[in-house]
Write a protein that binds this ligand. Structure first.
Ligand SMILES: Cc1cc2nc3c(=O)[nH]c(=O)nc-3n(C[C@H](O)[C@H](O)[C@H](O)COP(=O)(O)OP(=O)(O)OC[C@H]3O[C@@H](n4cnc5c(N)ncnc54)[C@H](O)[C@@H]3O)c2cc1C
Length: 457
């Protein structure tokens, strides 16, 4: 599958960094074969090389490096996970929840360290995140999130409420009544990060094959659309595209997230808005929206809620969706009134990977040499780094504290067969959307739909 991406702001500005690397052109032997040239695959290669420099590692990528979500995302490098502290506590206990969040927050320091030591230019800026509320139900969610972190022992230095004056001076958005702030998020240029990582691991001796699609794999053997690669260890890092691999059709469901970007804000528009520290912004609606201010002062705004495609299909033509893009633009105009004065210059999207239990995981089985990492549910920019470091230590077997984190070897059950998967996932998306409409209209929680959501998730 060699396809070119449509109209992504990030790819447009990194076209000169994209190398066309050779495809696998003969049968190959190595110690570690990594399937997928996104952050998960490349960070895994990086940390394995750091721990064992002599390992012979190859990365096999169906398209170009960064073709997947790693080259297209919203650029939120966030220490927050798609699973809450209380959800982890329910299955693994309080201490495991706290350890996981500590490791996840510390991941930003680690990424920052590598960016500095390896001189990676990815426009990294750690401005934190503002989580806003524009109605009473959203207010209670923002409050709940702050209180939960405090209850688990994460103090004001991790998350705090913003006073009304601080809200408007940081980000002057109409109707923002309540907001919290956390420093655990940075903005990045996603495609610059993934291209730089690829070049970095190549300098460490990793071989990357592009335009080579893995059809199936089994212990010791990776079968591609051309040749075979034999490896003692095989790492699957294929996230939203996983369902295309034989025997993995129901491992991760691809859900699409879409984004738009505007022309740059003028100096006066920006001074009305504030946003001097480039905090990432989202509000507490059910159907996730996310915004960042790019280095060149554009608003990059994304949203979930696109329909899931039958049988987990992923196709290049799904990377754009005019109805969803129009919805996202409406949401952007609603959040940032000033965006109505700006032109939307870019529209793009891509698949992210969702496991049946909605929890990311890192897996390694020493007896077979098979490993995988992912299922980040759209929160993988920072989590890929933590997952890859964890996996490297699992493979090396050095009893590192990271290998004790709750997500290690937590394989989710498979998704339902079709058409149940199609009906279930699209039903959940519809419920979330109608809950947001109800909450905005009535200022009241939608208890019935909320119960339905809890039941199905
Ligand atoms: C529009 C959008 C916005 C997002 N915004 C954010 C955000 O702001 N913050 C955040 O934390 N997360 C965000 N995410 C999610 C985040 O980008 C991902 O979680 C993360 O990039 C996953 O990295 P990965 O390497 O696991 O997967 P990917 O980057 O998807 O990489 C997988 C790679 O594997 C390759 N591949 C797949 N199958 C095969 C095969 N059979 N053979 C060979 N190669 C194969 C693919 O081509 C791809 O390059 C967003 C995702 C999308 C789509």
């Amino acid at each position: 599958m060699v396809a070119k991406l449509l109209n992504s702001l990030w790819h447009e500005s990194t076209a000169q960094l994209v190398k066309n690397r050779p495809a696998l052109d003969s049968d190959h032997q190595c110690d570690v074969a990594i399937i997928g040239g996104g952050y998960s695959g490349l960070w895994s290669a990086y940390y394995l090389k750091k721990l064992l420099p002599d390992l012979r590692i190859v990365v096999i990528e169906q398209n170009n490096v960064g073709f997947g979500a790693s080259g297209r995302n919203g650029g939120w490098c966030s220490g927050f996970l798609p699973i809450s502290l209380s959800e982890i506590e329910q299955t693994h206990g309080r201490a495991a929840a706290v350890e996981m969040y500590k490791a996840s927050f510390q991941t930003l320091d680690e990424i920052e360290k590598v960016i500095n030591s390896e001189q990676i230019d990815c426009e990294y800026h750690r401005g934190g995140t503002i989580h806003g509320a524009t109605n009473a139900v959203q207010q209670s969610r923002v409050r709940h999130d702050v209180e939960q972190l405090h209850d688990f022992g994460f103090g004001e230095e991790h998350i705090r409420f913003l006073a009304a004056t601080e809200i408007s001076s940081r980000l002057n958005i109409d109707g923002l009544s309540t907001a919290s702030y956390t420093p655990h998020c940075a903005v990045i240029h996603p495609a610059k990060l993934v291209q730089s990582l690829a070049q970095l691991v190549e300098r460490l001796g990793v071989q990357i094959f592009e335009s080579t699609t893995v059809l199936e794999y089994s212990p010791g053997n990776v079968k591609t659309n051309s040749y075979t690669c034999q490896a003692d260890i095989i790492i699957r890092a294929t996230e939203g595209f996983t369902a295309r691999i034989k025997k993995h059709r129901r491992t991760l469901a691809p859900l699409y997230s879409y984004m738009v970007a505007t022309t740059p804000l003028s100096t006066s528009q920006l001074s009305n808005l504030g946003w001097a520290n480039r905090e990432t912004y989202h509000d507490a609606r059910n159907m996730i929206i996310y915004a960042q201010l790019t280095k060149d002062k554009r608003i990059a705004f994304g949203g979930r809620g696109a329909p899931y495609h039958f049988a987990s299909r992923v196709k290049p033509q799904y990377d754009k969706h005019s109805v969803i893009h129009d919805k996202i633009i409406r949401s952007m105009h609603e959040v940032f009134k000033i965006a109505q004065e700006l032109e939307v210059t870019h529209r793009w999207g891509g698949p992210l990977g969702v496991p049946r239990n909605w929890r990311p995981s890192v897996n390694f089985e020493r007896t077979t040499g098979l490993a995988s990492l992912g299922g980040y549910v759209g929160d993988g920019v920072a989590a890929t780094n933590l997952a890859a470091r964890t996996l490297a230590h699992l493979i090396v077997g050095d009893k590192h504290p990271l290998t004790e984190l709750f997500w290690v070897n937590q394989v989710s059950r498979k998704w339902e067969v079709e058409p149940l998967r199609f009906i279930g996932i699209n039903g959940l998306l519809k419920i979330s959307e109608s809950m947001d409409r109800h909450e905005a209209r009535t200022n009241q929680p939608d208890k019935i739909r909320s119960k339905l959501l809890d039941y199905f998730l």
